[in-house]
Design a protein around this ligand. Structure first.
Ligand SMILES: Nc1ncnc2c1ncn2[C@@H]1O[C@H](COP(=O)(O)OP(=O)(O)OP(=O)(O)O)[C@@H](O)[C@H]1O
Length: 226
């Protein structure tokens, strides 16, 4: 369960958003400037709301009135950005291990194997990020986030920088991850088709407000020209 009820003034723009999602993949959908990244930054703890509550299951990450603001590195939240942000000087295997080391978790070879198999990146372990395709890089970024054992995974336009062919290298894996159901995800996109394929609950944002909340049926449909 993800509960978000926050207000934040950002210059002339404000985010005033409340929803509770039980979905495996909560989609944040809206056009450019709707406030998606601002909201994700608050869930991650990178931006502090002016007031409100953010909770994952029974764990409160932010509560303005109780003065609770868990710092980002203590939230156990995995974050995958539009660009994979892998360390170029480290191998794929070292990149994958980074989240675990940062969180001082003990190695779990069975889990490493499960995740590299799920994401189909086992054959890339000795390579450097520079030699990978965009879709492969995003799979490694996903693996790195998952191996830090997050309780929530934030995916901010993970396919935003990829062309159609490269998107096909990541979308099936995101679906696989959703269907495995190990970790709830927040998926940000301005693409209704992507959202329809992945989200189980949709928060439609407009100008920093919730314009609609529900299943994927609330997403706009592109009606083909006759
Ligand atoms: N620190 C800030 N100060 C002032 N305005 C801000 C700040 N952060 C964000 N904004 C404004 O808030 C609005 C929402 O931005 P945000 O990046 O959250 O939207 P978005 O839906 O993620 O858009 P995009 O899809 O283009 O990334 C924008 O108009 C942006 O300029």
């Amino acid at each position: 369960m993800l509960r978000v009820d926050v207000f934040k003034q950002l210059g002339e723009f404000s985010v005033d958003v409340a929803f509770t999602s039980e979905g495996r993949v909560t989609g944040l959908f809206g056009s450019s400037g709707a406030g998606k990244t601002s909201l994700v930054s608050m869930i991650a703890g990178l931006v502090q709301p002016d007031r409100g509550i953010i909770a994952v299951d029974s764990d409160v990450l932010y509560d303005g009135s109780a003065r609770i603001h868990v710092p980002p590195h203590r939230r156990r939240i995995g974050y995958v950005f539009q660009d994979a942000r892998l360390f170029p000087h480290l191998s794929v295997a070292q990149n994958l291990d980074y989240g675990r080391r940062m969180n001082r978790l003990t190695r779990d070879p069975a889990e490493e194997t499960r995740i590299t198999e799920m994401l189909d990146i086992g054959h890339l372990l000795d390579r450097r990020p520079g030699g990978l395709s965009g879709g492969e890089r995003q799979r490694v970024a996903l693996g790195r986030a998952l191996l830090s054992q997050p309780r929530l995974l934030l995916l901010d336009e993970p396919m935003g920088a990829l062309d159609e062919e490269r998107k096909a290298e990541i979308l099936p894996y995101l679906k696989r991850l959703r269907d495995a159901g190990d970790v709830p995800m927040v998926f940000v996109s301005h693409d209704a088709d992507e959202m329809r394929q992945l989200a189980t609950q949709v928060v439609m944002l407009k100008r920093g407000r919730v314009a609609a909340f529900g299943g994927t049926e609330i997403l706009p449909r592109i009606i083909p020209a006759a």
